[in-house]
Write a protein that binds this ligand. Structure first.
Ligand SMILES: Cc1cc2nc3c(=O)[nH]c(=O)nc-3n(C[C@H](O)[C@H](O)[C@H](O)COP(=O)(O)OP(=O)(O)OC[C@H]3O[C@@H](n4cnc5c(N)ncnc54)[C@H](O)[C@@H]3O)c2cc1C
Length: 374
């Protein structure tokens, strides 16, 4: 199926199923997650969610642009919230690239169909930017690994069935060489999950404690000691292709600000700046989608996509704050809550997926060859 055919067919299907795909009034995380599962199940069963993924994991093949368009169309129409939808684009490519083929074939369809939620266990209390210093440890036992340690900021962990976990399997000084990636069942004995409330009032991420948690050997992603390579392959997806549909969401939000705000509340130069940034983001992001579709390996250049996303997201919601300040700052009704929540969440854009400073370091050192500690 080519992109034009996919677009026409999908747009028709989305029109036809609008009533089932549109979210209800509830805006809690549980309600959004339940709705996301419904949308993914409907889209998977109708075939749309399977295009752009390999047949070996339950997909229908075709260009990765097809799944990019699906995410864009679902977000642009407001059928899914882009943050929770993006976990598929972050984690599934890693499963395809590193899990045993039988494991990927078993698990990926569950994720695509919305039957399961997965989370990403990388950050720890002492380790975010400096990921190679992680200390959550896995030691060899008879038929696998025993994991003990702590993760933090693990998005959706309390709702997840599985976790892509980075653990130290080498000595304390083994840095990036001593890390192994594991695919962990979140209902394993020894896992304790404590949700953390964010400043926008949702328990969206968690502390996760591992106390002698047994992980079978066949749940290794890649080989022992290959966890750094897994992370370096995963992060470019988190910083680029997973953000393509977030551009559509920002476009929708910017249009809404302009339609809702009184014109004298907005400065023309700031509106112009926000549009300019949005179009730069979307152009860059589109080029990345095409590079992935052409079979290129995504790498450090995706930090540019992440920088553009973060600055655009904050510019759009800064404009919302200017144009709709009564609603964002003071209103009690649902619409005000929604704007306030989006504004506050936009502050996290310079942190999640690797902070803005770290992305600029990557651009300076890996792309521009400035500085020596590469
Ligand atoms: C909404 C949200 C969702 C998240 N979801 C997940 C998830 O699902 N799984 C997961 O594993 N993690 C998740 N994270 C964690 C995220 O990856 C980390 O917060 C991020 O990598 C920064 O790490 P840190 O918080 O430890 O900050 P630190 O690394 O302690 O950094 C603190 C500050 O110092 C700056 N800094 C640090 N080192 C340098 C340097 N070398 N040069 C210049 N400045 C530097 C940083 O830019 C930052 O401003 C999430 C975070 C957020 C906000």
């Amino acid at each position: 199926m080519d992109l034009d055919e996919f677009r026409a067919g999908l747009d028709g299907w989305l029109d036809e199923h609008q009533a089932e795909l549109a979210p209800g009034d509830g805006s809690s995380l549980d309600e959004e997650m339940a709705h996301l599962s419904t949308v993914k199940r409907l889209a998977f069963d109708a075939g749309w969610m399977r295009w752009g993924w390999p047949e070996s994991v339950g997909g229908l093949g075709g260009s990765t642009l097809l799944r990019g368009y699906l995410g864009e169309a679902l977000t642009a129409r407001g059928f899914v919230e882009p943050g929770i939808y993006s976990m598929t684009e972050v984690l599934v490519p890693t499963m395809i690239g590193y899990a045993r083929p039988e494991l990927a074939a078993q698990m990926v369809p569950r994720q695509l169909r919305g039957d399961e939620t997965w989370c990403q266990g990388f950050s720890e209390p002492g380790t975010g930017s400096n990921l190679a210093a992680l200390t959550c440890a896995a030691s060899r036992v008879d038929d696998g690994w025993s994991v003990t340690g702590q993760k933090v900021w693990t998005s959706l962990a309390q709702l997840a069935q599985r976790c892509v976990l980075l653990a130290r399997t080498g000595g304390p000084d083994s840095a990036h060489r001593g890390i192994t990636a594991l695919f962990v069942d979140m209902d394993s004995p020894g896992i304790t999950i404590r949700p953390i409330e964010t400043m926008h009032g949702r328990e969206e991420f968690c502390e996760v404690f591992f106390d002698d948690v047994l992980v079978p050997a066949e749940r290794m992603l890649g080989e022992e000691g290959q966890g750094w390579a897994v992370a370096m392959d995963l992060l470019p997806f988190e910083r680029s292709t997973a953000l393509w549909h977030r551009g559509a969401y920002l476009h929708r939000a910017l249009e809404e600000v302009l339609q809702t705000a009184a014109p004298d509340m907005l400065r023309a130069d700031e509106v112009g700046d926000a549009f300019q940034q949005l179009f730069a983001l979307r152009a860059r992001s589109r080029a990345t989608q095409h590079r992935m579709a052409a079979g290129d390996t995504l790498g450090p250049e995706t930090s540019v996509d992440k920088i553009l996303l973060a600055t655009t997201e904050q510019a759009v919601f800064d404009l919302a704050l200017d144009g709709l300040s009564d609603q964002v700052l003071l209103g009690d009704e649902a619409g005000s809550e929604r704007w306030r929540s989006k504004y506050l969440y936009s502050r996290a854009a310079t942190i999640y997926g690797g902070s803005a400073e770290i992305q600029r370091n990557i651009v300076a050192r890996r792309l521009l060859d400035l500085g020596s500690d590469r």
